[in-house]
Ligand binder design. Structure first.
Ligand code: GLA
Length: 380
């Protein structure tokens, strides 16, 4: 099957609908998070990698807002005053409003979106979209923005406007990633370090669709805030959960009731694991990295309670068949499992996992691999 790239799809639909080529053509990647789950809104580190799969935005000048996705080809009239929750155009409205606050005020635009990032798979199709839109619309207004400014616009669009209580991991990697590198982002200090990684990352989609607007992420974030308050009552003076040292954990676990003690244990141990994982990656110790991924998955399953049976089966089976490691990636409650596989065993492990998943759930998971891609860019 020949696949038309999202860039070609977006350009040709734009041409067909609006009669000329787009004025700007930009793209941003989805991401797979190696480790550091639910730490970004707790002041901790994350270790994401940009996918090779991207979302492309083609945009041209217009007096009103018209938006179309190549998924259905339906042109939608959009108004920045009205947000249609549940539609992808809510993200466009969010970006337009956030841009407005920075002084970028367009009267309208024709916008075509095409993407190869799967939706609802925990691979951040939303940040790929908002970062690409932020860059594309800034360009259309004849302005330039630093990647850090795009992160802020995209984050505000999703967090303040669409109302998802996300951290800044997804937007940061979509804007700042470099091909061939993972990104260690310390959300407490804002420090970003590029860690070389030229291997493959396998993705097994559970087929359980996860939409962040579903509310579980918001609930967990609130529980983390309550947990921090309870820790302060125990004499902890930290600004965030991730600041609390591992050595405080035994005492706090005795003092805090569930579920807050579990959320706390996840964030504190995940913070430690993620920093160790970044060091393991830097020294190319994939066996150690793999073990940390599996520990991270157990912590999500047991303590953060954000896994699902499909992901648990894939992780367990990957480890049993010789993967270095595997874990549920992204917010959770569905989405995709990432696996690091020794190249000489990968074909066999993939086949075994597909078969075990089919036996367990009566259908085949979608499986593919990526290497570390680059951040937002303009397309030729
Ligand atoms: C979603 C959010 C991120 C992060 C992850 C969980 O992807 O958008 O900010 O919180 O969940 O690690």
């Amino acid at each position: 099957m020949t696949q038309v790239s999202p860039g070609r799809q977006a350009t040709s639909l734009f041409q067909e609908l609006f009669g000329s080529g787009p004025a700007v053509l930009v793209s941003a990647p989805g991401r797979v998070n190696l480790l550091g789950e639910h730490t970004d809104y707790n002041g901790g580190p994350v270790l994401p990698v940009a996918l090779e799969r991207r979302t492309v935005v083609a945009a041209g000048h217009a007096d009103r807002w018209r938006a179309v996705s190549t998924l259905d080809g339906v042109v939608v009239e959009v108004s920045p005053d009205r947000m249609e929750q549940g539609s992808w155009t809510a993200y466009l409205v969010g970006v337009v409003r956030a841009l407005g606050r920075t002084g970028v005020n367009l009267r309208g635009a024709n916008v075509v979106v095409a993407s190869s990032v799967p939706m609802g798979a925990g691979l951040s199709s939303s940040a790929a979209l908002t970062v690409a839109l932020a860059r594309g619309l800034t360009g259309l207004a004849g302005r330039k923005a630093l990647p850090e400014a795009l992160v802020e616009i995209a984050w505000q669009a999703e967090h303040d406007e669409v109302g998802v209580a996300c951290g800044r991991m997804d937007q940061t990697v979509a804007a700042l990633a470099r091909p061939g590198y993972a990104l260690l982002f310390e959300t407490g200090s804002g420090t970003v370090t590029h860690v070389p990684y030229d291997g493959k990352i396998w993705l097994f989609e559970t087929g359980v669709s996860h939409r962040l607007t579903g509310g579980q992420l918001n609930q967990r974030r609130q529980e983390c805030e309550v947990a921090l308050g309870l820790c302060r009552e125990q004499g902890i003076s930290a600004e965030s959960l991730a600041e609390i040292g591992l050595e405080e954990l035994p005492r706090l676990l005795r003092a805090l009731p569930v579920p807050w003690s579990k959320r706390l244990r996840h964030v504190i141990t995940e913070t430690d694991r993620t920093r160790r994982a970044a060091r393991a990656l830097a020294s190319r110790d994939l066996a150690l990295l793999g073990r940390l991924l599996v520990e991270g998955h157990d912590s999500l399953r047991r303590d953060f309670q954000s896994s699902c049976p499909e992901a648990d089966l894939l992780v367990e089976s990957a480890v049993r068949h010789g993967a270095w490691g595997a874990r549920l990636t992204g917010a959770g409650w569905g989405g995709a499992v990432l696996a690091l596989l020794p190249p000489e065993k990968e074909a066999r492990i993939v086949a075994e996992l597909q078969e075990e998943f089919r036996k367990g759930f009566g259908r085949m998971p979608v499986v593919w691999a990526t290497r570390a891609g680059g951040g937002v860019r303009s397309e030729k």
